[in-house]
Write a protein of this length. Structure first.
Length: 62
């Protein structure tokens, strides 16, 4: 699950990015759709991954 936010003449997509491939025409971005609101357990309202591997990666990167 991701969110799109309209910003002027384009949209911003929020979510965890798994892979970006550039150079083969239009850039292709794959999103991890296992998201939940950080505000559910912490203030701030950011989106964080809920699967264990992504959570560990998130913690390691700070």
């Amino acid at each position: 699950m991701h969110r799109t936010v309209p910003v002027g003449d384009h949209e911003v997509v929020t979510g965890a990015v798994e892979m970006v491939r550039i150079g083969e025409g239009v850039p292709l971005v794959h999103h991890d759709r296992t998201m939940r609101l950080l505000a559910d357990c912490h203030p701030g309202g950011a989106l964080v991954p809920v699967d264990a591997a992504a959570a560990r990666h998130h913690e390691e990167r700070g």
